[in-house]
Structure formats: C-alpha cells, structure tokens
Design a protein around this ligand. Structure first.
Ligand SMILES: Cc1ncc(COP(=O)(O)O)c(C=O)c1O
Length: 358
C-alpha cells in the first residue's frame, strides 16, 4: 500500500502508563498518576446528574449553541470568534490542515507541546525550534529571526508545557509588533487559569487588535474534564470559518458540551481547587529547597525537577514506588515533569523522590 512517506518519521502519541498497568506490573496497591497534568480535584460536583435527559440516539448540537453563548459572554468575544474541539489537540490538527502545505514551516519553542510538531509533520511541513534561555524563559527575538517566507504558524505555549514558564505582556507585545501580519500566532493557554505571575496577560485581549493571533484553551486542566475531551479556540472570523471547513461534524459530544456549561457556571469550585493546587506548589518549592534539588518555578499545575541523573532511570524507580511521572522531554535529559496532585500525594512523592535520588 502507498502510505504517505512523511508518516515514516511520525511517532504515535504515547500516553503515560495507567494506574492499573503499574499496579499489575509492580504488584503494588497504591499508584498516584502525576504524569498528564490532570486535576486531582476533578470537575464541580454539580455535574453529578450529567447523564440525565440526554438523547443518546440524537447527534450533538453541531454549533455548541448553549456553550457558545455562555462562553462568548464570559470572555467578551463574539460567538463567531469561537470554535470547539474534541480536546484542544483536535483544533491543533485543524489548524495544521488549514494552514500547512508541504514544505511550509512552523516555529515553536523547544521543549513544548508535542502535538504542534506531530501535526506539522503529518502535513509534510518543516519544524523550526528555539531552545529556552538559561532562566528557562524563551528568547522571543530568536523566534522572530527564524521566520522566513515559508513560515505559516508560530506556536507559543503560555504557560509553557513542560517548563511552566510564561511570556510576559511586553514579550507578547513584541511578538505581535514584529511578526508579519500573514503569519498566524497560536497562543496555547491550556494552563492559563493557574498563572500567578502579574506580568502575564491572556492573548484573548489581542484578538480585537490583531487578525493573526488566536488562543487555544481547554476544559481538561483547571475544569477537571480531561476524560470528556473538550477545548476551544478564540480567533477572528476568517480563521474560524476556515477551521469550520475541516472540522469533523458533531465533533464535541452532547455530554461534553453539557459538562462544560455546568463547569463554567461553578467558577467558585474551580477557584477553590486552584487555591489548593497553589498551596501544594508552595509546599513543593519548600521541600525541594530544603533538599537542595533544582526545579523551575511554575505558573502551571506541574513542576519540572532536575534529578541530576537519567530522568528515564529515575522515572522507572518512581514507578516501582507507585508514582507515575513524565520524562523524555527534548533538551531535558535529567529532568522529570511532575503534575501537582493533592498535598498528601505530593508529600508521598517527595519521600519517594528522596529515596530514589539521594
Ligand atoms: C500545552 C497543551 N496544549 C494542549 C493540550 C491538550 O489539551 P486537550 O485535553 O484539550 O486536548 C495539552 C494537554 O496536555 C497541553 O499541555
């Protein structure tokens, strides 16, 4: 069969191992999954009757009408500036299909979210990357210097995954002043709800002034709805109407639409879980400082820790002790990414980490 050549270098996404797999493999009872930046507190308990009154035999609302109304009011954008996806990864795929011809290129930070790279490769496009600075921020000038006539998209993850660092308002201003108007700047704000740094600004504020910027958001993280797969993009109408051409019909389930509405209506619950996560991040800083272990201050719900030896080996040792974390990030051979779970889980993790790296 004549499979496209560009797929030779594309690897399927490998998720972290599941709790069940680890329990079986190492014959242990308690496993804590802190590898995929999920929310340990889950969604608002108000979604408990989610499955009532669902017409299972009827396709979902293809226009996500009620959710669209709710979100446009909350964000202060027009309904025509929104499009929903089966997770924000589906929208990254749509962006690649709309913008990338073979041999075009995309620019992004390295390390960054892997879907930007895989979706570009599937379109047979090239990837240009810029490494983080010594303080783990990104050098915006160098990103801009990579632009050439084949550049179609610049992906900026703000806060960055896996580093947890942000682009400041000044840096975002600079990007928008310098990037040519025919190149799309995609600001992925999957973790924006967790940010505490006052220099941060959401790129949603820029959409009214710039046609070439868009913002990705998700209900998977702060809203605790990762299992239902729902995310969205805010962009100008021209971008949205082209994304509509490649969107799979009925791509967001009725249950996901309904859950997102209930989650948006209970901001208080989300604020409380973010507060708890911030407290636990502070506990992590304190503990790692005491142990003299290097980490990167985070604006998200995960933290990068320098384990000073092979991150793959440390990850394996942590697995044996029931902690699933993530390693294998480009340019970060000795670092693991640890999602912030409950205080109790993280206390256990710190003990296990001490055993493994001391
Ligand atoms: C930066 C970033 N963007 C997008 C996503 C995908 O989120 P979703 O669950 O909405 O597909 C993730 C998930 O980990 C992420 O880290």
């Amino acid at each position: 069969m004549k499979i496209r050549k560009c797929l030779d270098s594309v690897l399927p996404y490998v998720p972290g191992k599941s709790e069940e797999e680890i329990k079986k493999e190492f014959n242990i009872k308690n496993v804590i999954k802190i590898a995929s930046n999920e929310n340990p507190y889950g969604p608002t308990p108000k979604i408990c009757n989610l499955y009532d009154n669902i017409n299972y035999n009827i396709y979902p609302d293809n226009y996500d009408t009620k959710l669209r109304e709710k979100l446009s009011a909350k964000l202060g954008v027009n309904k025509s500036n929104l499009l929903f996806g089966n997770g924000s990864v589906e929208i990254i795929q749509m962006l690649a299909r709309v913008f990338l011809d073979p041999n075009d290129n995309v620019i992004s930070e390295l390390p960054s979210f892997s879907s930007y790279f895989s979706e570009a490769m599937i379109q047979n496009a090239q990837i240009k990357t810029i490494k983080y600075n010594s303080d783990f921020s990104f050098d915006i000038n160098s990103i801009i210097e990579l632009i050439d006539e084949k550049t179609k998209i610049i992906f900026l993850t703000n806060p960055n995954n896996p580093l947890g660092t942000i682009l400041s308002k000044e840096e975002l201003n600079m990007v928008m002043e310098k990037v040519p108007k025919d190149i799309l700047v995609v600001v992925d704000e999957a973790y924006y709800e967790f940010v505490r740094d006052e220099n941060y600004v959401s790129a949603i504020d820029y959409i009214k002034d710039y046609d070439n910027i868009c913002v990705l958001r998700t209900f998977s993280k702060a809203y605790g709805l990762a299992s239902l797969r729902i995310g969205y993009i805010v962009a100008n109408e021209n971008v949205i109407s082209n994304l509509e051409k490649v969107r799979v019909p009925f791509n967001v389930s009725t249950i996901a639409q309904k859950a997102a509405i209930i989650a948006l209506e209970d901001q208080e619950y989300m604020n409380q879980s973010i507060k708890k996560i911030h407290k636990t991040i502070d506990y992590m800083y304190e503990s790692l400082d005491k142990l003299n272990i290097q980490y990167i201050k985070t604006q998200a719900n995960f933290i990068m820790i320098n384990v000073r030896k092979s991150a793959e080996d440390v990850t394996y040792e942590l697995l044996k002790r029931g902690y699933i974390v993530r390693a294998g990030f480009p340019l970060m051979d000795n670092w693991i990414r640890v999602s912030i779970s409950t205080l109790e889980d993280m206390q256990g993790f710190i003990k296990a980490l001490c055993e493994v790296i001391k």
